[in-house]
Design a protein around this ligand. Structure first.
Ligand SMILES: [Zn+2]
Length: 474
């Protein structure tokens, strides 16, 4: 039985899909105005663990992840760079798909881009106007009337008693105490530059929230199983998505709403606006591996904040060495013997298998699942040391690990990257980390000094738009 914490009910609910055997899952995807940072990837890895757990439980998953390629941030970026919106967002879309591969995130079935679904958004807005849940403002923008929808605020548990009737907010992001009628369609203004589409209300562009409503219903239907995102998405994004969709259809949009907690760095949320973020590329450039980053980002339960440190990342390498060594030893004992199922596992390992299943079905408790993994490794090593593990048992334990790894995806070694040895050297990674910080505040003198120090240690660092790249000097 799979239990998932549902933000809608504020409790653990037993998961059951609408249609037996199939799970329809919508995950809010990246806003492609920059490369995603590790805080973003924590949420995508949580969603990947969710998807993989559903598959491990025997479900077929139909997952949709949108790409937000038109919103306040992408338009600002394109106009600042003096290029078209498509030209601006394309490299970030490409980078995102590369990063997903590096982190072993299984591809979704659909990655709809907002700019390719404007007609669906217009149709949905027309429906809301017809039902009097939306109205056209003087400038040709269209707003959702939150007073028309009594359930507004249910997901975020808002107190709407002090709400000013008719107050409006045009921005995509705003705080809870600024809850107001929000923009479904924004009439063109000079800040939009060349970004505009024709609509029954004049030229303009969609608000961020309507994008997800239109795209999730287009691919998954008016009611589907699970909708996920980061806790930042609860308000206003998901609250507004629910209001728009349910007011239009009269049906619940999603039955389970799951949200991932923040990634913290030095006690603060990792975010672009705070300037304390690391992209995956920065970290890979320092010599860490995708598998190590994945392991670290899944090491705490997804609803707990996770503190990112480079020491933590270095400790992962030691942990994964233990995994690799144990698997290698089991392979040596098993020899040519293989096991297609785990039915021949010894009693002690059967207990571990049950514990793993219990951990992962307990709202995706990856921290507990890692604990079970290391207990199994410990016991396997002890039995092999005492020459008490048979070929068949070793083969069965390896098959059990493969079964677990369908969820965790951390056991297969990475293809070695050229700079992968650097991560073992805290001095080198420390210099790279300081240099990145210097570059973020544009202290190029300090950044050059650190580059020279790295050169003295035998490393050449190159700055690319993917971050720092390191190679051994010849
Ligand atoms: Zn969304």
């Amino acid at each position: 039985m799979l239990k998932l914490y549902n933000t809608l009910t504020r409790g653990q609910d037993t998961f059951e899909p609408l249609e037996p055997g199939v799970v329809k899952l919508y995950t809010c995807g990246p806003t492609v105005y920059d490369v995603a940072h590790l805080g973003n990837f924590r949420a995508y890895i949580f969603e990947d663990i969710l998807r993989r757990t559903l598959e491990y439980k025997g479900y077929r998953v139909l997952q949709v992840m949108n790409l937000t390629d038109v919103d306040d941030k992408t338009i600002r970026g394109a106009n600042a760079a003096g290029i078209s919106l498509d030209t601006f967002t394309q490299p970030f879309k490409d980078a995102f798909f590369e990063d997903l591969k590096t982190l072993r995130i299984e591809p979704a079935e659909h990655y709809p881009a907002a700019t390719a679904h404007i007609p669906e958004m217009i149709t949905l807005i027309e429906r809301l106007i017809a039902l009097k849940h939306a109205y056209i403002a003087d400038d040709g923008s269209v707003y959702f009337n939150i007073a028309s929808y009594p359930d507004y605020g249910r997901l975020a548990r808002l107190d709407l008693s002090s709400l000013q009737s008719g107050a409006r907010v045009a921005h995509d992001e705003y705080a809870k105490d600024h809850a107001a009628d929000f923009a479904l369609w924004k009439a063109w203004d000079t800040d939009d530059g060349a970004v505009a589409w024709d609509s029954p209300w004049g030229r303009g562009r969609p608000g961020w929230h309507i994008e997800c409503s239109a795209m999730c219903m287009r691919y998954l239907g008016e009611t589907f199983d699970i909708h996920t995102g980061g806790i930042d998405n609860i308000f206003p994004h998901h609250e507004d998505e629910i209001a728009q969709s349910e007011a239009a259809t009269g049906k619940p949009l999603a039955r389970y709403w799951l949200h991932c907690a923040h990634l913290i760095i030095d006690g603060q949320k990792m975010s672009k606006s705070l300037g304390n973020f690391h992209s995956l590329r920065d970290v890979i450039g320092m010599g860490f591996r995708g598998r190590e980053v994945r392991y670290l980002l899944a090491s705490a339960h997804y609803r707990q904040t996770l503190n990112f440190t480079f020491d933590g990342l270095r400790a992962v390498r030691t942990a994964l060495d233990r995994v690799d060594t144990c698997r290698h030893r089991l392979q040596q004992v098993a020899g040519e013997t293989t096991a297609s199922t785990t039915t021949e596992i010894p009693q002690w390992a059967h207990v571990m298998n049950t514990q793993f299943d219990r951990a992962i079905c307990d709202d995706l408790n990856t921290a507990a699942a890692y604990g079970v993994l290391f207990e199994t490794i410990h016991e396997s090593n002890r039995l092999i040391d005492g020459d008490r593990m048979t070929k068949r048992e070793a083969a069965a334990v390896l098959t059990m690990f493969d079964h677990w790894d369908h969820v965790l995806a951390i056991m297969q070694p990475d293809q070695d990257s050229a700079a992968a040895d650097t991560a073992a050297d805290p001095v080198v990674t420390d210099l790279l980390e300081k240099r990145q910080a210097a570059r973020q505040i544009k202290d190029f003198k300090e950044s050059d000094r650190l580059r020279d120090l790295l050169r003295d240690k035998g490393w050449v660092v190159r700055d690319t738009h993917n971050g720092q790249e390191l190679r051994k000097s010849s």
